[in-house]
Design a binder for this molecule. Structure first.
Ligand code: GLU
Length: 481
């Protein structure tokens, strides 16, 4: 028997996936996978101005890149579709009709101006605004008059007085909200398109979602949603709200303090497995406190009761550190494969790779693997291997003084005659020069590095020279003399 657990991620196709959605998606996915349940992807595309099919594609791509696979979704279908809200308007309409008929909802004809006036009035009095309920008890005649004026109604939910909405949050325990603090809220706009709080309930029920795991920002929406379940006589799923992710400044994560889209992380050279590992540890700790976990290990260890309600801090340095660790654990071949797009983007590699190019590429990877934290660092660090003409960094060029250029000339002559141009012999030749002349190694090696790599920081010098080959190395030393 498949597990009855059904969870979902419900992003809006109005932009790429950012860290918060990735985090929620990951926790839902882990929950489903850890229990053999079903992970549903569905799209909240009711914002017609901003929803775009292109964004839908981006969401799929990003999820695929992360390796978060879904069992049902707009692109693959499933037994509970459709999975785009705009294709589900009939379902919402039916439920709205049931609420209207049972008196749990009513048509409201108030104009934006009237509502604005109410809002201002509340502000003047210094009270929290709630809809005045002006349209709660309109007669058929009242309604007809307004419709004759050409007014198009919204549908509002009739919130009961003097009750409490209580739910047992999976992560936070009991949460209680007096209904008196909730105004009669809109569930369907005048154009027939449902509001999030209503659509999400209908979606979760019809898709048989058993657990809703989402960000704590949605706690304030939950009472409205629970009132709708109650009015429709439906059992709500279990709900759990994970803590916010904060930036290092302890403010909610935003673009300003480090939030980024999944695609940005990819472009900045993070590995999907490192990003997932890092994200999983924001608000969750595995029982054994292990820090590096493969996806399989995360699935094996994931337990909702080890997810904290406390906010967690997104530390970009930790992500870099973790990513660097993951990079060091890749095989050189794999590192080359993953670095290729970064090199191609900088025009350092073409599509037409020959086996020899690949061999060289793998060797180049060996010189940087220990030194990089992101794949995006690869082109800058290895550019000198790929370019014929070297551009020397202006700051680094300062090391090429008259004195050091004279040394470089002599070093060049020694390198010209080493028997085998490998790291051992090139190093021996350079050291011999340093020692015989009573110089400091660094004083000589740094200018060599600048001449050969164009930078003061580079992969190991002698390995780099060996890989570059005698001819190119000598040419570079010649060109700075
Ligand atoms: N589209 C909503 C969001 O991404 C879904 C909220 C929910 O999970 O209920 O925040």
């Amino acid at each position: 028997m498949p597990s009855p657990v059904r969870v979902r991620l419900a992003p809006s196709p109005t932009g790429p996936i950012h860290a918060g959605t990735l985090h929620t998606g990951l926790f839902n996915w882990l929950y489903a996978r850890s229990l053999g349940g079903t992970f549903v992807l569905r799209l909240e595309d009711t914002d017609q101005e901003r929803s775009r099919p292109e964004w839908e594609e981006v969401i799929y791509q990003e999820m695929r890149w992360l390796g978060l696979d879904w069992d049902e979704g707009p692109d693959i279908g499933g037994n509970y579709g459709p999975y785009r809200q705009m294709e589900r308007l009939d379902t919402y309409r039916d439920s709205a009709r049931r609420l209207l008929e049972a008196g749990h909802a009513y048509y409201c004809y108030c104009t934006p101006e009237e509502l604005e006036a109410e809002r201002q009035e509340a502000q003047k009095k210094g009270v929290v605004y709630q809809y005045s309920r002006k349209c709660r008890n309109l007669t058929a005649e009242d309604r007809r008059r307004r419709e004759d004026e050409g007014r198009k109604p919204v549908i509002r939910f009739r919130v009961p007085d003097g009750e409490k909405v209580v739910f047992d949050d999976l992560i936070r325990g009991l949460i209680e909200t007096p209904t008196d603090s909730i105004g009669d809220f809109i569930i369907v706009r005048s154009n027939g398109i449902p509001i999030y709080n209503f659509a999400v309930v209908i979606d979760d029920v019809t898709m048989k979602i058993t657990h809703v795991i989402r960000g704590e920002g949605h706690i304030s929406n939950t009472p409205q949603q629970l009132l709708i379940y109650q009015a429709l006589g439906l059992e709500p799923p279990r709900l759990g709200h994970i803590g916010h992710i904060l930036g290092k400044d302890r403010a909610k994560l935003s673009k300003r303090n480090g939030d980024a889209y999944v695609g940005d992380y990819r472009e900045r050279g993070y590995l999907p497995e490192a990003l997932l590992n890092f994200m999983a540890l924001l608000g969750w700790t595995p029982e054994d406190g292990q820090e590096f976990l493969t996806k399989e290990e995360m699935i094996r260890q994931f337990k909702l009761d080890r997810v904290t309600r406390a906010p967690s801090v997104f530390d970009p340095d930790k992500l870099d550190w973790m990513n660097g660790n993951y990079i060091r654990n890749l095989s050189l071949d794999e590192l080359a494969r993953r670095s290729l797009p970064f090199l191609q983007k900088q025009g350092l590699m073409t599509d037409a790779l020959q086996p020899a190019d690949w061999d060289r590429m793998v060797k180049i990877m060996a010189t940087v693997q220990e030194r990089i934290r992101t794949l995006a660092e690869v082109p800058g660090m290895t550019e000198f291997f790929f370019r014929d003409e070297l551009t020397i960094d202006p700051d680094a060029a300062k090391l090429l003084t008259e004195q050091s250029r004279a040394w470089l000339g002599q070093v060049r002559d020694r390198l010209a005659v080493v028997e085998v141009f490998d790291a051992v012999q090139t190093e021996a030749a350079c050291r011999a020069f340093v020692e015989e002349n009573g110089l400091k190694a660094k004083a000589v090696f740094q200018p060599i590095r600048v001449a050969v790599t164009g930078r003061t920081v580079s992969p190991p010098l002698f390995e780099s020279m060996a890989l570059l080959g005698r001819e190119k190395t000598l040419r570079r030393l010649d060109s700075v003399r």
